[in-house]
Design a protein around this ligand. Structure first.
Ligand SMILES: Nc1ncnc2c1ncn2[C@@H]1O[C@H](COP(=O)(O)OP(=O)(O)OP(=O)(O)O)[C@@H](O)[C@H]1O
Length: 587
């Protein structure tokens, strides 16, 4: 989603019911989960620290009165006793103030890794990462998980703790103040409400500002990553100028959005300083006249000032929560959007209507399948029918051809369950009997062994199994060049496309699936190697469905599925093929 698009979604910039529901869900997910037991233990210690903080605050206030009265009355012994106690309570309160963030940090260390793992696991479940990218509703998921989770967790711990400590403190200090001067309580409460609302209204626009900064930063990071991932193509095309201008555009946008916020923060700081200034004179204005009338000791005046400032300090913590909540609100919303998308995906709510009915059986069977380009009414193929029973393995291979853009890869996307916008039925064999190979192989960060075993863990196959397959795909020389199967490199940059395709084909030979879908997966191989590899694949006695532009691979297939324009298609027997599929044309 671009900055322009999010401008339209005003509900994102409010602390509304949706926002509080999202906060509640974040709490519920973790604190009602078994994994949070360590955090519960630390929370119990934190609760004790909050009680200690409040109790020491109350005692400090009482000792302020006793010390001052002893000083005025020149009772030296009492003064020394009270000043020691005053210091002790002061030390306890400072200790508690220091210990609370430490305990919060400990809870955060348990919470944020849990939340990150939970979000990543759900993102990678049922191909949600793919659906999010397709739907284009959520920008920069990687940034949301990497940057938002830790600050969100730490703020969600700090806010209730600060709230409870402040409310406890306010109640205790208010009851002390009540015995001295009820007016000062009204003053503190009135002042706090005033400060609370002014702060809220001053800070409110920053939710929108921060949200926009985050989107702009994510886009900037993505454009920098593009340069990193496509360094060779950019260098070959001499695309440095174009890249620079794109990166600068995102950088300028980030700077603009940040400057708006910086200017606004200056206004926020000035307003807050002015409000604070008011308080420095108000308690004295109320208490000193009572002292002059002789209705209050000097110690009580000092106690009143101390209690009023502690009470105000606690109230200030409450008002300071507003900017904190506002600062973190965009992060909470951004994280919640990922979680909501995960949940919608898992519950099937994201499915388009009408959609293709997918079932799992032992066949590959396509019945009356009509597919549209996602989000459009452009039909790719209309009422397509074909089938491949497992017992026909090796005897009914299909090659799919058609001009570019006719929907060949889209058919694979539908069969693999990635796309389902359309009508008709698809029966597919169980997932572990099926292997899809795209034209551009995917290489994971890791060793050569990781590449061959992918998508399974690196210890899935023995060295003998790996070596046998490496010989079959003619990669032994490449392995010796890198020393061993455990060498680690940036394989995407250091292997040729042909080598990468052969690694992908080796994965198939290791996995021995019942059904193999090749989307121009041998396009970078020379004809001799391509022939050799097809012979190996055919000898595996599996069902092969190939997308190809190159007619040389036709001899390994028995049927030709041709995709024509405007949804039309036809299936024909390839002369050298053996048995005949239910043939016929569509539309
Ligand atoms: N992710 C996508 N979102 C929207 N439209 C898409 C997407 N991927 C492909 N298309 C569109 O769907 C149509 C069919 O694309 P597809 O990749 O299936 O073509 P193809 O026959 O495999 O082409 P080629 O031979 O060039 O690989 C094209 O018009 C393409 O622009």
């Amino acid at each position: 989603m671009s900055v322009q698009e999010i401008d339209k979604e005003n509900s994102k910039y409010r602390l509304n019911a949706l926002f509080f529901r999202r906060v509640w869900r974040l709490y519920r997910m973790f604190w009602l989960n078994k994994a949070s037991w360590k955090a519960w233990l630390v929370l119990a210690v934190l609760a004790a620290a909050v009680v200690g903080y409040t109790y020491s605050g109350a005692s400090f206030s009482v000792m302020t009165k006793e010390t001052t009265d002893a000083l005025v009355a020149k009772h030296q012994d009492e003064y020394i006793k009270f000043i020691i106690m005053l210091t002790l309570y002061g030390v306890i309160r400072s200790l508690m103030t220091g210990v609370m963030p430490l305990l919060e940090g400990l809870i955060n260390i348990v919470w944020w890794p849990w939340l990150s793992k939970d979000t990543i696991a759900k993102l990678l479940f049922k191909k949600n990462y793919y659906n999010i990218q397709q739907q284009k509703k959520i920008d920069n998921v990687d940034q949301r998980i990497e940057e938002e989770v830790s600050p969100v967790c730490s703020t969600l711990i700090e806010i209730p703790r600060a709230f409870l400590a402040s409310v406890g403190d306010v109640i205790v200090q208010a009851s002390i103040l009540y015995t001295l001067s009820p007016q000062i309580i009204i003053l503190v409460v009135g002042y706090t409400f005033f400060k609370f609302f002014v702060t809220y209204f001053i800070y409110r626009p920053t939710i929108r500002q921060i949200f926009k900064i985050k989107v702009a930063e994510g886009d900037l990071r993505y454009s920098l990553m593009q340069t990193k991932s496509n360094a060779e193509q950019i260098a070959l095309l001499r695309g440095e100028k174009a890249e620079t201008s794109v990166i600068y555009r995102f950088l300028d946008r980030t700077i603009n959005k940040t400057m708006i916020n910086v200017r606004y923060q200056w206004f926020v700081g000035l307003s807050s300083d002015f409000i604070e200034l008011l308080w420095s004179i108000l308690p004295m204005v109320i208490l000193v006249p009572v002292y002059f009338k002789g209705q209050m000791s000097y110690g009580q005046v000092m106690q009143g000032v101390a209690s009023a400032s502690m009470m105000l300090m606690s109230f200030s913590i409450l008002t300071r929560l507003i900017p904190q909540v506002i600062q973190i609100a965009p992060s909470i919303d951004r994280l919640a959007e990922v979680q909501e998308s995960n949940e919608q995906n898992n519950s099937g709510m994201n499915r388009p209507i009408p959609c293709v009915k997918m079932t799992t059986g032992n066949h590959l069977k396509v019945t009356d399948l009509s597919i549209y380009v996602p989000g459009t009414k452009n039909i790719l193929f209309d009422k397509l029918n074909f089938g491949l029973p497992p017992e026909a393995a090796g005897r009914n291979n299909i090659v799919i051809m058609g001009k570019t853009g006719s929907g060949k890869s889209s058919l694979f996307r539908v069969l693999s369950g990635l796309w389902n916008e359309g009508e008709g039925q698809v029966e597919m064999p169980p997932q572990d009997h099926v292997f899809f190979l795209p034209q551009k192989p995917y290489l994971i960060n890791g060793s050569l062994r990781d590449q061959f075993c992918y998508p399974y863990p690196k210890n899935t196959y023995s060295d003998q199994q790996l070596q046998a397959v490496i010989q079959q795909v003619k990669l032994s020389e490449m392995i010796s060049r890198y020393g061993s199967l455990d060498s680690v490199e940036n394989w995407r940059n250091s292997l040729s496309l042909g080598e990468q395709q052969r690694i992908a084909l080796a994965r198939v030979m290791l996995a021995k699936p019942g059904y193999l879908f090749l989307d121009e997966a041998t396009s970078a191989l020379d004809p001799v190697t391509e022939d050799l590899i097809y012979q190996q694949l055919v000898s595996l006695n599996i069902n092969i469905i190939t997308i190809a532009h190159n007619k040389t691979v036709m001899k390994y297939h028995h049927y030709l599925l041709m995709l024509h324009s405007r949804g039309e298609w036809s299936i024909d027997v390839i002369p050298s093929g053996s048995e005949i599929l239910p043939s016929g044309g569509g539309k």
